[in-house]
Ligand binder design. Structure first.
Ligand code: HEC
Length: 494
């Protein structure tokens, strides 16, 4: 296997069996070697890319006053501590009292039916009351939490830990505890990006145990890692931000001022970086310099907004004015369902309109009352509908789209639903006889759904999701994207 630099990779897991909550009996298992992912040598020299930033004014919202600490939870909820009260502030603006006297909160994540909260003094769960978790006392100083299917990942003062099947394991790389954690994607799989001081490594559990998907050594120590929802990863190396735009392709970014901090969120297309001069934000296509004071500290929510406690209270800083739908049914809509529209800066009283468009292309306007609209099976016929929700501020507009299925489960098929997407969006370049792979058959689509013709190439789903394909000015409509996802999720697993 090709090594790189002077680092050769072994990855081991130290397992800690947890016997009971009060008195854990540690059983140290020998590290089990896993096959490191192939890595290519880092580019030499790491020539910096000069990044020009244009200024942007952020939308600044005061969310709550008198708050001492805050942690984003789920799509747009917050867990806040004010004086001795602990509350969940919901996206629709309700404050739900959870209890009293919790130390400052650092991170929160859904945890089964409950919510796991990392405080300065340890971990607690909220489930109609605060209860100690099985993890309490086992992991100290947790700064970040990620609940993945592979387990609960915790970034702590003693490195990255994962709680799986009732066992707490410390993730180590060559015996060094890793630090920093960000959820991302590599090779189409969900991964945790982590740093071990020297390198950035993408890991997750597979049938083979803990697996490194990708590892990259840099020109200096890695202090932090961040990701966005598009699959990009960012490493903070010795005051430089290094961006991963494709597998094993990392570019050092030069903002003209050292970077001190980087924040990302796997659900958002934004990454924030703090330099000595400004808070910068990646808007999905370029870096902008914001008006957020550099003494502001916070974390990102799922809409890519910086959530911080300032002198005024909890403030949210973001680009644009995102519109959020709360209570949108994820399952088939069999009975009337009410959906909340949450707008940014509600005090400006934007005019909200909702239009539903069915598979036959006919738009239906849905009335909005008190920030709510109803998905009614009496009004919307069975089948897939795309919703466009627009908030009109007069001087500015913001909108969001979503897809819902009315009625019984809907099973798109290749000839009726996917083939038309191929015909209208892909055929010009992907019909047989062209230089690129032919996509004129169902078999070709199934083979290339998750990964392209080479292991390094992204598959159809990833490319269509981020509008990488079609490669021209065409984009696949939201409804067609939903059709494609539903069709893919209904296929037998390979
Ligand atoms: C304007 C031309 C064009 C259109 C339209 C287009 N593609 Fe592509 N596609 C390309 C080219 C060129 C490549 C090879 C370069 C690359 O991999 O990015 C490619 C590569 C791909 C690959 C990777 C193939 C491999 O060998 O790994 C996939 C998957 C793909 N396209 C899917 C699609 C889908 C699905 C559509 C329609 C929704 C589409 N493309 C529309 C030009 C196009």
């Amino acid at each position: 296997m090709a090594g790189y630099g002077n680092a050769s990779w072994t990855l081991g897991v130290l397992g800690l069996m947890v016997a009971c909550v009060e008195e854990p009996t540690p059983v140290v298992e020998p590290p089990s070697p896993t096959t490191p992912a192939p890595v290519s040598p880092p580019p030499t020299p790491w020539s910096p890319m000069i990044v020009e930033t244009s200024p942007v004014t952020t939308t600044r919202e005061l969310v709550a006053a008198g708050v001492t600490s805050v942690a984003p939870l789920g799509a747009a909820d917050l867990v806040v501590v004010r004086e001795d009260r602990v509350e969940r502030l919901t996206a629709v603006g309700e404050a739900e009292l959870w209890g009293f006297a919790l130390p400052p909160v650092r991170a929160a994540a859904p945890w089964g039916t409950a919510t796991l909260i990392a405080t300065e003094d340890g971990l607690v769960t909220w489930d109609q009351g605060f209860v100690p978790t099985a993890l309490d006392g086992l992991v100290e100083d947790v700064t970040a939490l990620q609940a993945l299917r592979s387990g609960l990942w915790l970034d702590s003062a003693t490195g990255l830990k994962v709680w799986r099947d009732g066992v707490l394991q410390g993730v180590t790389v060559e015996g060094r505890a890793t630090t920093g954690m960000a959820r991302g994607r590599a090779e189409g799989a969900p991964v945790i990006w982590t740093a071990d001081g020297a390198s950035a490594v993408a890991v997750n559990f597979t049938d083979a145990g803990l697996t490194a998907y990708e590892a990259m050594a840099f020109f200096g120590p890695v202090d932090a890692v961040a990701t966005d929802g598009l699959g990009d990863a960012f490493a903070l190396v010795d005051g430089w931000l290094v961006a991963r735009t494709a597998r094993n392709t990392w570019t050092r970014l030069d903002f003209g001022s050292p970077v001190r901090e980087v924040l990302g969120h796997a659900g958002a297309d934004r990454v924030w970086a703090r330099t000595d001069a400004a808070w910068l934000v990646w808007d999905g296509s370029s870096w902008r310099s914001t008006d957020v004071p550099t003494d502001v500290r916070g974390s990102l929510d799922a809409l890519g907004r910086l959530v911080a406690v300032t002198d005024a209270g909890v403030e949210r800083f973001g680009l644009g004015r995102p519109v959020l739908l709360v209570g949108l049914p994820e399952d088939d809509v069999l009975a009337a369902a009410t959906v909340d529209v949450v707008v940014t800066l509600p005090e400006l009283a934007p005019v909200v309109t909702v239009t539903a468009t069915g598979l036959d292309g006919t738009p239906v306007d849905l009335p909005v009352t008190d920030g709510q609209f109803v998905l009614d099976p009496e009004v919307l016929a069975d089948g897939l509908w795309s919703l466009t929700v627009t908030a009109d501020y007069g001087d500015d507009q913001a909108s969001t789209t979503a897809t819902v299925n009315m009625g019984a489960a809907f099973a798109p098929t290749w000839p009726d639903h996917v083939r038309p997407i191929y015909e209208s969006s892909c055929r010009p370049c992907h019909e047989p006889g062209q230089a690129v792979v032919a996509l004129d058959t169902e078999a070709a689509w199934i083979a290339l759904l998750d990964v392209g013709t080479s292991p390094d190439s992204a598959g159809i789903l990833d490319r269509v999701r981020i509008d990488n394909m079609p490669s021209d000015e065409r984009v696949v409509a939201p409804l067609d994207k939903a059709l494609l996802e539903i069709w893919a999720s209904g296929l037998p697993t390979p």
